[in-house]
Design a protein around this ligand. Structure first.
Ligand SMILES: CCCCCCCCCC(=O)SCCNC(=O)CCNC(=O)[C@H](O)C(C)(C)COP(=O)(O)OP(=O)(O)OC[C@H]1O[C@@H](n2cnc3c(N)ncnc32)[C@H](O)[C@@H]1OP(=O)(O)O
Length: 165
């Protein structure tokens, strides 16, 4: 058996996730995969031709989606980590984007893998602040400040939460 195929990412623990960027239950989605690399979370993603902006360059909105979803999943994983528990344990937490501030530094190739590296810089109440670098061919082509807000906690679920899944 190929050990690599057994590897689990943050997204594999997000039940019923149909999100376009990070949902494993969206057939048309981008299917990003995020994991820890020390204090940073990392996501490597390969584009397809349909996600170009200019020919051969990645669409900026797609880049924003990758950053957004990588950071929302990072906020979730970080919260579990802070509580010293695994991602397959209860209660479930989910985060939504409060603020996404992307600075596009250089054109990004749409023909080569990109790497996103996010770091949590602040946690205050239900708010998680992150910095995310976006790399292509060894160069940083974008960076972002992202604020995630915890919008779902299964231990406090009232049953009428639009962010439940
Ligand atoms: C299994 C499923 C998993 C799916 C994952 C999908 C990830 C995909 C990412 C997305 O696309 S999410 C969709 C885009 N985002 C939204 O639709 C969110 C819409 N906005 C809201 O619902 C509310 O405005 C929000 C939940 C973000 C905040 O409302 P709250 O009532 O919870 O915030 P509250 O007023 O209690 O403030 C709590 C703290 O957050 C801060 N805050 C509130 N809104 C903020 C904001 N928009 N940006 C930054 N910070 C914000 C606020 O200042 C405060 O900070 P302090 O504690 O330091 O005072």
């Amino acid at each position: 058996m190929n050990e690599q195929n057994d590897k689990k990412y943050f997204q594999d623990y997000m039940n019923e996730n149909v999100c376009f960027g990070c949902g494993i239950h969206n057939d048309q989605g981008l299917h990003i995969k995020s994991e820890w690399d020390g204090e940073e979370s990392v996501c490597v993603w390969e584009s397809e031709e349909k996600y170009h902006g200019w020919s051969n360059l990645m669409n900026g909105g797609v880049m924003a989606t990758l950053i957004d979803c990588h950071c929302m999943c990072t906020a979730m994983a970080h919260a579990y980590k802070l509580e010293g528990r695994a991602l397959n344990t209860m209660p479930e937490y989910r985060y939504a984007t409060g603020t996404l501030n992307v600075k596009y530094l250089k054109p990004t190739s749409n023909n080569d893998p990109v790497e996103l590296r996010a770091k949590v810089t602040e946690v205050k109440g239900k708010k998680t602040v992150m910095h995310c670098g976006f790399y292509s061919l060894g160069e940083k082509t974008a960076e972002a400040e992202v604020i995630a807000i915890r919008v779902y906690d299964s231990s406090q679920d009232s049953g009428a939460n639009v962010f439940k899944s």
